[in-house]
Design a protein around this ligand. Structure first.
Ligand SMILES: O=C(CO)[C@H](O)[C@H](O)COP(=O)(O)O
Length: 264
């Protein structure tokens, strides 16, 4: 996946309430103490801060979408801590990995057909520009999109390296294995260059939790993600792509100073 061009987050002050009006706000380390967040350094610290801060939005009785990836894992662990402190929630995992972690953390896991809806989803991203996302670094974007889109409120958690001026990373496209040649052809016709995602510790492709393959598709700078998202969605054989357009409600970016929250 291409490296994101970094955009410094806007830092406009210290937010005191999750009900603050739209606009970027920064939760400084003093807020970490209030929320019990661990104040560790580096990218891992930034991811941890973002995940743990987003988890403070979870309330008793909620159904929570549990995202995939290292940043979302911090949120899942923080929800586990809250459950051990008496919180009563149910979690809808977005992947095998998220489900395993949720079980380890004692979070009751449920499927979408067992709950009336999803109150809140917390999930990571591979690239973020103007509230639009590329996801699917873990190949879980099909289920992630279903759960994140179903949520009343979708919180994205990330470290600053995920911010970009313009989305320009490879777009993961989950594809029916039998449809791969025609999907590759159609993606080239759209101006993309597909590359079959290969497994690291097995010969052959990555197989998703849904039994499909992933094509990582380079399009260069994506000036109109909504258009490309629509075009990809229309291709027969495409199960789901990693462009998440107009789905995020809040972006929580962990930084060295605290957590910047942008409400969209
Ligand atoms: O979309 C995803 C998985 O399909 C992840 O959320 C994304 O890859 C971010 O991962 P990380 O938080 O480990 O950087």
């Amino acid at each position: 996946m291409a490296v994101a061009r970094h955009t410094p987050p806007d830092v406009v002050g210290v937010a005191s309430s999750p009900d603050e009006p739209a606009g970027p706000q920064t939760f400084l380390p003093s807020a970490c103490a209030v929320t019990g967040m661990k104040n560790t350094g580096g990218s891992r610290g930034a991811k941890r801060r973002a995940g743990e801060h987003a988890a403070t939005a979870v309330e008793d009785g909620m159904v929570v979408g549990l995202g995939t990836g290292s940043t979302a894992a911090h949120a899942i662990r923080a929800i586990g801590d809250q459950i051990r402190d008496g919180l009563d929630v149910e979690g809808v995992p977005t992947s095998f990995q998220a489900r395993q972690l949720a079980i380890e953390e004692g979070i009751p896991v449920v499927d979408l057909d067992e709950v009336p809806g999803v109150d809140l989803a917390i999930d990571g991203a591979d690239q973020i520009s103007d509230g639009q996302l590329i996801k699917g670094g873990g190949g879980a974007h099909a289920r992630e999109k279903v759960v994140d889109a179903a949520a009343d409120r979708f919180l994205v958690v990330a470290d600053p390296s995920k911010r970009a001026e313009t989305l320009d990373g490879a777009v993961p496209v989950e594809t029916l294995p039998a449809a791969r040649p025609v999907v590759e052809h159609e993606i080239r016709a759209l101006g993309g260059e597909p590359s079959l995602r290969r497994a690291e510790r097995k010969d052959g492709p990555v197989i998703t939790d849904n039994g499909n393959v992933v094509l990582d598709c380079e399009f260069g700078p994506i000036e109109t993600p909504d258009t490309l998202a629509e075009q990809l969605s229309m291709l027969p054989g495409v199960v789901e792509h990693g462009l998440f357009v107009n789905l995020a409600d809040e972006i929580h970016i962990g930084t060295a100073e605290g957590v910047t929250v942008e409400r969209l």
